[in-house]
Design a protein around this ligand. Structure first.
Ligand code: LLP
Length: 390
């Protein structure tokens, strides 16, 4: 389906990322359509998923807020046109300069992850003679059906404040004139495909809200984080995630109090499917037990397979485009597709059926728009990949 468009880019230097801005536009429309009936729902885009400046501008102009986890992300968000008031700043280890930057910019919310951090924010806000709007990230102790490395809401994870401490921490803010208590924040994990996980989160938030009621406390904002997953197996069948099922889960189950604002922080679901990592075949190596397709992209361009055993569909665009004229392309062969990096884990996929592949073929690694370019590294002194928008 994308072969035509991408083959036009044949002359590009590889490896490179290609982003489909039309799909991004349709995805943003789908989100806005789901939240349109709920003026108290606010979606913040998690910048960590893809911080390409043009991508950020497109998302900002669709009216979303931003979820940032560093000073650099706050700067990128502001430069792209996200209003400061729509920025939430999370992270277990906010440095002093980052807190100062956020206070001076007047961001909408600090999602505070410890009492120690709260004390520092209060101190810096006092020095700057301003008030920090603060939500507490509560560790809900809710598991999630995903890879261990991307669950965040269990008691043993480093994130958030224990739910048992919630009331005490909120009460402590009464004595801090430079802290403005604004709400609760949660995030249980990423690449969640079953709504049960979000349902469990809703039930836990309802319990915690009852505790707040009993303590005579009110949280104007509830932020349920992100985590909605995407279909890595069949990106063309499901280019846009089921935002309806996702948003509806919260509408149905979450018992919001009068006037409460509900915030979401989606990353992957917004940008994953619009991204392609375009790579060229350097060699097809016929080894004794395996046939290796060695490409010019590696774990330096997309680390997800090496880090999380993640699957990304791979398509041979050259073979697709020439299949009609070249019979030999119709044979299907099982290959291990690997990168050039000096690490055994630099493997995209093993025993993967693809049309007969040759040196020089252009391959597309699909669903690479989230946590691809942003997690790229310069290991082996490789240049960072560039990105093109189509
Ligand atoms: N909010 C918070 C507090 C987060 O920590 C995250 C992601 C998000 C929102 C957005 O989550 P999403 O909607 O994208 O699932 N590098 C990993 C994913 C790490 C996610 C980290 N936190 C991967 O490639 O799968």
């Amino acid at each position: 389906m994308y072969a035509d468009k991408i083959n036009k880019l044949n002359s590009l230097r590889t490896p490179c990322y290609v982003y489909d801005t039309q799909l991004l536009a349709r995805t943003l429309d789908a989100i806005n359509a789901e939240t349109a009936a709920h003026p108290n729902y606010h979606v913040h885009y998690a910048i960590k998923a893809n911080a390409n400046p043009d991508v950020l501008k497109q998302i900002a102009s669709a009216g979303l807020g931003a979820d940032c986890v560093s000073g650099g992300e706050i700067r990128a968000a502001l430069e792209a046109g996200f209003p400061a008031a729509g920025i939430a700043f999370a992270g277990v280890g906010k440095a002093d300069w980052e807190i100062e930057l956020a206070l001076k910019a007047g961001i909408g919310m600090f999602n505070v992850e410890s009492v120690e951090e709260l004390a520092v924010i209060n101190e810096l806000a006092t020095l700057l003679n301003t008030r920090a709007r603060v939500s507490f990230r509560i560790n809900p102790d809710v598991g999630a059906h995903t890879h261990d490395n991307i669950t965040t809401g269990r008691a043993e994870n480093k994130f958030g404040i224990a739910k048992e401490q919630m009331v005490e921490v909120i009460r402590s803010t009464a004595a801090m004139p430079h802290i403005d208590f604004q709400g609760l924040h949660f995030h249980i994990g990423s690449q969640l495909l079953v709504m049960d996980d979000f349902e469990a989160l809703c039930l836990r938030v309802n319990e915690l809200q009852e505790e707040l009621d009993n303590a005579g406390l009110y949280a104007p904002n509830i932020n349920v984080g992100g985590g909605l997953g995407i279909d890595y197996e069949q990106p063309d069948e499901h280019p846009i995630p089921d935002f309806h099922a996702y948003i509806n889960t919260f509408t149905k189950l979450l018992q919001l109090r009068e006037g409460q604002q509900l915030h979401f922080e989606l990353g992957r679901a917004i940008v994953a499917q619009m991204g392609f990592l375009i790579t060229r075949v350097l060699y097809v190596k016929h080894a004794t037990k395996k046939q290796f397709v060695i490409v010019d992209a590696g774990m330096t361009e997309i680390i997800r397979p090496a880090l999380y055993d993640a699957f990304h569909r791979i398509e041979n665009l050259t073979a697709e485009a020439t299949a009609a004229a070249d019979e030999s392309r119709n044979a299907v062969v099982e290959y291990d597709v690997v990168g050039p990096i000096c690490e055994s884990s630099d493997v995209f996929v093993k025993d993967y059926a693809m049309p007969t592949t040759r040196r020089g073929d252009i391959l597309a690694i699909r669903s690479a728009g989230a946590y691809g370019e942003t997690m790229a590294s310069g290991y082996n002194c490789r240049p960072l990949p560039c990105a093109h928008l189509i």
